[in-house]
Write a protein that binds this ligand. Structure first.
Ligand code: DOR
Ligand code: ZN
Length: 348
């Protein structure tokens, strides 16, 4: 019998996850904890994580939800509101309660009602973050109602990010879950110490045609929305070159099925059960496996000035069937690629 192909890499980190709270948290956290050593936890709960006290309590709830022996570390972030104070941020950052702060423009995505209406309202906060080298994580979409949904990212770069970077050129920024050629090009132009970007598995694997294949597919609706194929190709090209500006951030975002299949269906793709296996699938397709470890396990910690993990994981070229659903009491969550088979699995 021929040996199965295997790849061993430094244990990866996921630099962008939504794990929610309560019963959903209890069910979903194990999927992130099985693949990743650390994960940046998004603060957009219904009651957002806006201060140190809430963050410490949420971190405990996350750790208490992990039922197996695990060394997983949640890395917490502060949700910026018009009422955030520099004192709170600075204290949280120095005490290692927060590793970063997250910028949502008001009403741009799930639970962003408490976000920022005008970026100039938080100049004092951005100045403080630049001074203490605290990373700013950005949901980069200009949600002005006159801007086409497919142009929100490129308009954000022009209208908001570029002026912001001119004012705060030493602020460490991560443009989260980029989806366009415009973002790839913009990020690449700048020093990777100050500007980098995360890329999701779904934006690497899919484009907007997939969202309308055989009818509208609510489980593929996320924000930023899937873009056209040329943008998908630009993202694939970006990761296949091993560029240090780009790293893994799955944006796994579970929603109950009833809230996805709804007349106001919510944005978000729950990819945690397969995210790492999706990434390796893409890197293999691109003949770029030599850059896989840097994308998963090195570029992220280097940007955040954190140590590179010492544990390893081994992936095996063996079929892996993604579960159909997870039950949350009588309700359910449908994962990304539900019921489909990937060619890679994790060695246990
Ligand atoms: O698709 C998304 N889902 N994009 C976001 O920005 C938020 C996330 C969520 O929290 O559901
Ligand atoms: Zn997100």
């Amino acid at each position: 019998m021929t040996e199965l192909k295997t790849i061993t890499i430094i244990k990866p980190d996921d630099w962008h996850v939504h794990v929610r709270d309560g019963k959903i948290l209890e069910k979903v956290i194990k999927y992130t904890a099985q693949f990743y050593k650390r994960a940046i936890i998004m603060p957009n709960l219904e009651d957002p994580i806006t201060n140190c006290v809430k963050s410490l309590a949420y971190r405990n709830r996350i750790l208490n939800s992990i039922k197996f022996n695990s060394t997983f570390q949640p890395l917490m972030t502060c949700y910026l509101t018009p009422f955030t104070t520099s004192k709170e941020l600075e204290y949280g950052f120095y005490k290692k309660i927060f590793v970063a702060a997250k910028l949502y423009l008001k009403s741009s995505t799930t639970n962003s009602e408490n976000g920022i209406k005008n970026i100039n309202d938080i100049n004092h906060i951005l100045q403080c973050m630049e001074d203490i080298s605290m990373p700013l994580l950005i949901h980069g979409e200009d949600n002005d109602k006159n801007i086409d949904i497919y142009d929100r990212e490129s308009e954000f770069i022009k209208n908001i990010l570029e002026p912001l970077r001119k004012k705060f050129s030493k602020l460490k920024i991560i443009l989260e879950h980029i989806t366009t050629k415009d973002a790839v090009e913009y990020v690449k132009k700048h020093d990777e110490q100050y500007l980098s970007a995360t890329i999701t598995p779904h934006h690497l694997m899919l484009n907007r045609n997939d969202m309308f294949l055989k009818g509208i597919q609510p489980h593929l609706y996320c924000l930023p929305i899937l873009k056209k194929r040329t943008h998908q190709q630009a993202l694939r090209q970006a990761v296949s070159n091993g560029d240090k500006h780009f790293f893994l951030g799955s944006d796994t975002a579970p929603h109950l099925n009833k809230n996805k299949i709804h007349c106001f269906g919510r944005p978000g793709i729950f990819n945690a059960p397969s995210s790492l296996l999706c990434y390796i699938t893409v890197f293999e397709e691109l003949n770029a496996l030599k850059h896989f470890q840097a994308f998963c396990s090195e570029n992220g910690p280097n940007f955040y000035n954190m140590p590179i993990n010492t544990e390893t994981v081994t992936l095996v070229k063996k079929p892996f069937k993604i579960l159909n659903k997870i039950n949350i009491g009588k309700k359910k969550i449908i994962p990304f690629l539900s019921g489909k088979t990937l060619h890679w699995s994790m060695k246990t």
